[in-house]
Design a protein around this ligand. Structure first.
Ligand code: MOS
Length: 732
């Protein structure tokens, strides 16, 4: 039974969500809450020489103005990727130094939101300024080899064989440069904090993918005991990686709430989120790809320059995925950091994978045309069952099946190979493009507590965050199947540091981490129930067994971790540290895969690009919740369309910051931009990877969409556009 596919059931929180019954982080409307607003730096770099808050303080209803002069004893919580808890090491308002445009300089608290916003606008700063460098090629940008930094321990450059010699000797060679644009995540729900102190305890309501990290970030920043801090984040209105670590406003709101003895709420406006939260860095790539005449790829070299801030090194691990798309025996990656005067970039959905696969998969298309080979056939010919980097077996890899099924669904066989050879009835050029994607399969340690009650309730508490992906639905489906109860009876208690360690949810590891733990908890529960009742379950539900033995409830707890991880990881998750394992495990390597087929129509005179249809076939192991999984993939494809044709955060190279810092000017695809998105899953469980057979889905669904579209644009127009997003002016 546990091997059978899961049925398509509605998402468990759908009804509550459409009724508005679900409470997100800042949905606290009690009348006595105080409202905060930030004043931010209007220079790109320098120092505050004088700060005049008298006009702001004289405004009506103002309760507190925090600045670097009166913040008191606060420390930086440290950059998460350097062992800390925050999205960057620079905590604003600890000094008069300004590192980037938009850095907060004051937090104003008032009795109404309008008063706080107005007073924040009256904060007057005088600055001394310094020259700025905010783009990859700007003077003053500092370049560092990742291999020469402490990051190389966790993000070693991927090297196998002798890529340079093999490339030099290859019969067919591609050498191409690509750029991917800086972007912002723009989840619908803004970043926000509600902080209050109750009986000496700090309680923070904030939508975060990392409640435990936020909790320990506050512990570090404010010098508190961990048991004095609780973080609650039951629902997130979109995270996409931007909510992966402690934000800059959280500690400021907590200080204000403590000083005022009242709950304080801050909702960071979108324009400020563009300037003081993480973003996808600007990246340029050089890809060299060599093949023999038969189309066997023999060498690849992937070099990347990735933007980071002056104060932190945000990792650049692009080669880790471009090396894994095919079985290329000679591979070399090299990443360099470009330090700019910006806030620290961060993880944005498929952070390394989207960009890396765009570069490599466009190069593979160029190789196919150089060889006169069909792009699907060329990819199938370079499939592998072994990880070429570690020489370990892949625990599962069905990307060939994704390509074959996708080609069938799409009707790929009817494609003519020559660019500009297919026309629509309205005269538009039709382009058909393909690309594959891969994403590492990771597992985070989890502690799951399962309780059944005599009333028939089933409660699973576990480290997990619901950010729209449907983890509650998946948890309910898994536990219900094991216990033989209706999924509607199962409640998941997640995103609360009081119930279980809340390890960060990111990296598409949520389901592969939570579902095996939930399954094991359910197995432990069945064993415990059997011990309670010597004649066994006998077809009875857990509640019936409890009634028969006169028990109100029964509870079990299990812990799970990634293959090969030591027991110390349980201490790390309790301390709010990043503790995931993979994708290279002691005995195998695990990735999820996607194959995307895109049709573009390029209008002949205006070169406007439309995408009437995309076919996506995904290998993510066992699908636990078919409906929310398909929804994830459609969302990923929309993201890919955005990345290919729309999204770029326009940098203001004169003054720093971003010019299009709102949803009117930061272009995301709208409904009219989206045609048919046809989704299929391979749905083959990978039981080598974990007991639930789940791999990971959220991010791989985006990986490969942008190159499929770029390759389709080439097929339609004969133009190779190697810079994202592709715009009309590139095609005219
Ligand atoms: Mo994701 S970018 O790993 O939240």
């Amino acid at each position: 039974m546990s091997d059978a596919p899961f049925p398509d059931v509605p998402r468990s929180d759908a009804h509550d969500k459409v009724r508005g019954a679900v409470l997100f982080g800042a949905d606290d409307t009690r009348p006595d809450i105080l409202h905060a607003a930030l004043a931010t730096a209007t220079i790109g770099k320098g120092r505050i020489v004088a700060l005049d808050t008298s006009a702001a303080g004289a405004a009506p209803g103002i309760r507190l103005i925090l600045t670097h002069e009166n913040l008191g004893h606060v420390k930086s919580a440290g950059f998460l990727m350097a062992g800390g808890h925050a999205f960057q090491s620079l905590q604003p308002m600890l000094s008069p130094a300004i590192a980037y445009r938009g850095q907060p300089i004051a937090l104003v608290v008032a009795d109404t939101l309008e008063r706080a916003v107005e007073a924040a606008a009256r904060v007057q700063a005088t600055y001394s300024t310094e020259p700025i460098s905010v783009t990859l090629d700007a003077p003053g940008a500092e370049i560092i080899e990742q291999a020469n930094t402490p990051l190389s321990k966790h993000f070693p450059e991927i090297i196998a064989g002798d890529a340079d010699s093999a490339f030099a000797a290859a019969a067919v060679r591609i050498d191409a440069r690509f750029t991917t644009a800086p972007q912002h995540h723009n989840p619908m729900e803004l970043i926000a904090t509600v902080a209050e102190w109750k009986d000496g305890k700090l309680i923070v309501h904030e939508s975060t993918q990392n409640a435990e990290g936020l909790r320990h970030g506050l512990v570090a920043a404010l010098g508190l005991l961990p048991e004095r801090v609780e973080v609650i984040s039951p629902y997130i209105g979109g995270g996409f990686g931007q909510k992966y670590a402690m934000q800059m406003q959280t500690v400021l709101v907590a200080v204000a709430a403590r000083r005022l003895g009242q709950a304080v709420k801050l909702v960071v406006p979108r324009a400020q989120i563009f300037h003081d939260c993480s973003f996808r860095p600007a990246i340029r790539h050089r890809v060299r790809l060599g093949a023999d005449r038969s189309g066997n790829m023999v060498a690849a070299i992937h070099e990347v320059d990735a933007q980071t801030s002056r104060h932190d090194l945000f990792p650049a691990h692009y080669g880790a995925v471009s090396s894994r798309l095919y079985g290329i025996k000679n591979f070399r990656a090299r990443a360099r950091f470009v330090r700019n005067d910006v806030q620290t970039p961060g993880y944005m959905r498929a952070p390394f994978e989207h960009a890396a696969c765009f570069a490599l998969e466009c190069a593979v298309d160029e190789l196919a045309y150089s060889l006169g080979r069909d792009p699907v056939a060329l990819r199938l010919a370079n499939d592998t069952a072994t990880d070429a980097i570690s020489n370990l077996p892949l625990s599962s890899r069905h990307v060939g099946e994704c390509l074959r099924r996708g080609a069938e669904r799409f009707g790929w066989g009817k494609r003519s190979i020559t660019p500009q050879s297919m026309r629509a009835d309205d005269g538009s050029f039709i382009g058909w493009g393909v690309a594959i994607g891969a994403y590492p399969c990771l597992i985070a340690p989890a502690v799951a507590r399962l309780r059944v009650t005599v009333e028939g309730g089933v409660f699973i508490s576990i480290g997990a965050h619901e950010m729209g992906q449907g983890i509650r639905t998946a948890l309910a489906a898994a536990v219900a199947r094991k216990l033989g109860v209706p999924a509607a009876n199962v409640s998941a208690v997640i995103g609360d540091t009081c119930v279980s360690p809340q390890h960060m949810t990111a990296g598409s590891w949520g389901t592969a981490s939570a579902i095996p733990a939930a399954n094991e908890a359910a197995d432990a529960m069945l064993n415990a129930l059997a011990r309670l009742s010597p004649r066994g379950a006998n077809g009875r539900t857990p509640a019936q067994i409890l009634r028969a033995v006169g028990r109100a409830f029964l509870e079990v707890e299990v812990r799970t971790k990634a293959p090969g991880q030591p027991d110390e990881v349980y201490g790390r998750i309790a301390a709010g540290h990043l503790s995931f394992g993979g994708p290279v495990y002691p005995e195998f390597v695990t990735f999820s895969y996607s194959a995307h087929f895109a049709e573009v129509h390029v209008e002949a005179s205006t070169c406007r690009v439309r995408i009437p249809r995309v076919v996506s076939v995904i290998d993510c192991g066992r699908v636990i919740s078919p409906r929310t999984a398909a929804s994830q993939v459609r969302g990923g494809v929309v993201w890919g369309i955005g990345a290919a044709l729309r999204e770029v955060s326009e940098v203001d190279s004169r003054y720093g910051g971003f010019l299009n810092a709102d949803l009117a000017e930061y272009m995301v695809p709208v409904n009219a931009d989206i045609g048919c998105i046809d989704v299929e899953f391979i749905d083959k469980p990978d039981f080598k990877f974990n007991s639930a057979g789940v791999k990971g889905l959220g991010e791989v669904s985006l990986v490969g969409v942008a190159p499929a579209i770029a390759n389709a644009v080439y097929h339609a127009t004969g133009r190779r556009v190697r810079n994202l997003p592709i715009r009309i002016e590139h095609l005219l």
